[in-house]
Design a protein. Structure first.
Length: 297
């Protein structure tokens, strides 16, 4: 441990009684234990809150670890600071610990901490207690804004989350109004070709239904969906039913093969819709019955 300089000792005498060990440790770049031990040897003690003028800390400004400036606007003790963020939202937080201000350990609820877009916001929904909601919310952002995910699933490169849902509080409200146990978030059924996650375009559906509308363009060749060419130059039509690939025949042109695929897949979508009708939103049921597969899909 480096030897204490007189300048450091003077700093400790001036600041330790009022601002405490955490502040001194951070300012002097020394360990918290080292600071307290030195203060004890020098018989320096923290002044009791009962003898401290609370108003002295009003107006103090700190920089948080996220890069925001905050200001103390009300001080009722080291465990009850009211602060305001000096940013666009001017967010006010209550009962902030003074030690956390010194360490910069204060979170801005509007900081876009999820892929540079999503933020927790202020409200009754908390990541620690609303674990399922926040998991679905974070996964949605990963699909849209994660570079690695987009590289593996190129169809998501141009998908975004609506501005309202950037705020977890807004998403969580919708989540609890619509979520069904073991169902998955879907954005493709209600609005075909949709590229935006929003309350108007999304629904919760069982995995079986969600899988029906999953596009795998990275695995598709140059031919229409459901069509592949065989070694004899004929065009095979297939589709997946209950996890098993179903052969629909061989055709002279890709257009004929696609037509066979289209008829079989649309029929199967309706069958699945009928099976799940008692459990899914009627908007989803109607969208499935009206769903049309195009050769450009």
């Amino acid at each position: 441990m480096a030897k204490w300089t007189q300048e450091e000792i003077d700093f400790l005498k001036d600041n330790y009684p009022i601002k405490g060990g955490v502040y001194c440790a951070k300012s002097l770049n020394r360990g918290y234990t080292s600071i307290n031990n030195k203060a004890s040897k020098l018989n320096i003690r923290v002044i009791s809150e009962n003898h401290f003028n609370f108003k002295d800390r009003i107006g103090e400004k700190f920089l948080t670890n996220e890069g925001y400036e905050v200001e103390v606007i009300k001080y009722e003790g080291v465990h009850k600071c009211t602060i305001q963020f000096n940013d666009t939202n001017k967010t006010v937080l209550h009962k902030v610990q003074y030690g956390n201000l010194i360490k910069g350990d204060v979170t801005n609820p509007y900081h876009p901490s999820v892929h540079g877009v999503g933020y927790i916001g202020i409200g009754k929904y908390k990541p620690k207690t609303d674990k399922k909601a926040v998991s679905v919310w974070r996964s949605m952002f990963s699909r849209c804004y994660s570079e690695s995910y987009n590289n593996n699933f190129p169809t998501y490169k141009y998908v975004t989350v609506c501005e309202m849902w950037h705020n977890f509080q807004v998403f969580a409200e919708w989540f609890y109004e619509n979520y069904k146990e073991n169902f998955e978030l879907d954005k493709d059924i209600l609005v075909k070709g949709n590229n935006v996650y929003s309350n108007k375009t999304c629904s919760f559906v069982p995995k079986e239904i969600n899988y029906l509308f999953t596009k795998r363009q990275n695995r598709r060749g140059e031919y229409p969906i459901g069509v592949a060419v065989d070694k004899n130059g004929k065009f095979r039509a297939t589709f997946t039913r209950d996890g098993i690939q179903v052969y629909l025949g061989r055709y002279s042109t890709p257009e004929e093969a696609f037509k066979a695929y289209k008829i079989a897949k649309e029929k199967y979508i309706k069958e699945v819709a009928d099976i799940w009708k008692p459990y899914i939103d009627q908007k989803v049921y109607k969208a499935m019955y009206n769903y049309k597969i195009e050769i450009t899909d």
